[in-house]
Design a protein around this ligand. Sequence first.
Ligand code: MCN
Length: 788
Amino acid sequence: MATRSPVLPKLVGERVKRREDPRLIQGRGTYVDDLAVVGMRHMAFKRSDVAHGHIRSIDTSAAEEMEGVEAVFTGAQIAEFLAPMPIGTPFPSPEHRAVAVNTVRYPGEPVAVVVARDRYVARDAADAIVVQYDQLPAVVDVEQAMTGQPTVIHPAFPNNLAVALVPSGTGVSESGTVDDTAVNAAFEKAEVVISQRMVNQRLAPSAMEPRGVIAHYEAGKGTMTIWSSTQNPHILRTFIAALTGLGQDQVRAIAPEVGGGFGCKINIYGEEYVAAAISKHLEIPVKWIEDRSEAFVATIHGRDILGYVDLAAQKDGTVLGLKLRLIADIGAYNMLLTAAIPTLTMMMANATYNIPAIRTTLTEVFTNKTPTDAYRGAGRPEATYFVERAMDMLARELKMDPAELRRKNFIKPHQFPFQTQVGAVYDSGDYEKALDRALKNCNWKQLLAERDDARKQGRLMGVGLSMYVEVCGLGPSAALPTGGWEHAQVTIERDGRITATTGASPHGQGNETTFAQMLADQFGVPYENITILHGDTGVAKQGIGTFGSRSQAVGGTAIHLAGGKVKTKMAKFAAALLEAHEDDLVFQNSTISVKGSPASGKTFGEVAAFAYRPVPMPPGMNPGLSEEVFWEPTNNTYPFGCHIVVLEIDRETGEPALTRMIAVDDAGTLINPMIVDGQIHGGLAQGIGQAMIEEVVYGEDGQLLTGSFMDYAIPRASDLPRFELDVTVTPTPVNPLGAKGVGEAGTLGSTPAVVNAAVDALSEFGVTHIDMMLRPEKLWRIIQGGRS
Ligand code: MCN
């Protein structure tokens, strides 16, 4: 076995280049749409072009007559062999069919599906289906929807209320009884109260690769293989098995290369169920690839939470209490985690502060829109936005430095683990350290002086700051309907190379690199000798998936522990070969040797060859070197940080330009700081995108007005300044690696920091709040003398 140097350098903590990138950059990755199965047919969906209506008739005759069309199914026909879609939360939910039966409730809802020879025939045939609707009024305004006017979308949910008033906070008992005394007292005592309605608008996740699925039921074997662009093949397997009546042992789910997900590919979608059901029904393999226009209506949306925020404080800046009334516009149906996402907003209302009394309430409301679910940050950016905007408003009201106001109210390092008022236990943190690092990196005082100078010259320059803390690294299982563990198996192959499988199936994050870095250090072998396998339930037999910034903290720990188990066994074999005690062995440079006598060593290949053919068998040993671990943490992890934005608004046009983005993030121990930087980059871009240019807009008739990238903007590199990144490192005690999650962190502080900066830039106009997105026209109107 080749070794690279006398002593292999440690890789954890190093900026190792991603091993995934050469194949991705060279176009050698294999995505769902690159795959084909012999005899495969193609599906296309006819989708509703009305927002709300009863289906009067569906005429499929023209489609059926087209050459190459093999089958057409209406929703009613699909319902004969496919049950309603399951959801993953315990909340009450209306029936949701993968293909609508009788009633459509959002534009783009499937009403029929065509199976044809190729994708083009399938599309043409779907377009040839004629559907007539008795249109019903549509409702797109969430507060109007709550009045039950002009329509009720699901009769069993009066006033469109999906989940009503789940209280959390100070004085809420476990049985749900609410005692408002403390919160009311805080507001009565307060010398200052900030009250603001804030819109955290709807976003479209926009992964580079749209969704896609191939389902292949093999009737002879009674098995199903399903390839999908998914973040969690194991959850897909569970649900596909349940809905096709197969056992989980009879379903194999494969996520090949996945071109991004940002949360939207956690869901198990109707198209996946339909593909599996049709494949089984017709006994043929079928494929469906989402096109970009479909993605805007058929893939879940994110955010869309309205917050009524009241913050009570003393004149010296001491925060006394917070009331957060949340109204979530969840669209027309519950998807897998829809109802749970806004509860994470409640859970993070404590933010980074000692807030003695908090009351949060949540109402989730159906509207005639695409359902919402997890989008990068999923509930936590919303909480950060509401609290950090309110903190900034308080600082402005009290004429305090926004950094000093925050410092005054921070949870202090000695208070960890910190039990929040809203049901979380923060694992570790040093918020002041992150703040100070960010202030130092941007030279805060000088920056404020530059801003003041710019203003004297008539320029509209603003500086905005935001702290954040995020719940991620999800489990434990009590917190997750899917289960909060992760699975890993580490195998020393017969030639001494290492294979590890993980249930945390990455879709862009780079875990093939980071997990190999960890194992290389653990075993003292070259990184190149390690293969990380994932994304195939036939290979990585168990798993939960990659979401909630959990793959490192939970999946990485499972790999580490499984590696430790194999190493222990390997040491026993090596000890037998070397006639030494296993505690006296050193693993280094792919060799296991007795401490102090490196020349005595056996290579990994030699020890592995012996382990798979142990002659004679050491006493008490079984052959083989492969160990698996299910690992479940006892708590989530809570990374945190500070984001600072500098922007300038053109006085003539209202166009905002971001000039600096300073970020200090703390995700505990970092496995690969370059990958972490990349994760922060992506998160910042999306957080800035929300603040400045992204917004899903529906017309009053329920039609989607932002149904293409011509109308829905996402940030390009040229829209963004160079990111000035730094970290602090506060390890978590929750796992042996000390690693917290980082995949979503960039989306949290950046968004409020941008809006705080914009409000700061426009302070001369008396503006205290601006709802996102920061459309130039909106800013221009303020400059022209209007008010927020
Ligand atoms: N990492 C590290 N040290 C840490 C924490 C993480 O080196 N202390 C590394 C990990 O090994 C991994 C990456 O950083 O390579 C992200 O790890 P983690 O924070 O555990 O997040 P997940 O792998 O669970 O990824 C999920 C997260 C989420 S929820 C969204 S949304 C998101 C994101 O990751 N979507 C992404 N990042 C994305 N990146 C890409 N390219 N595409 C997406 O769709």
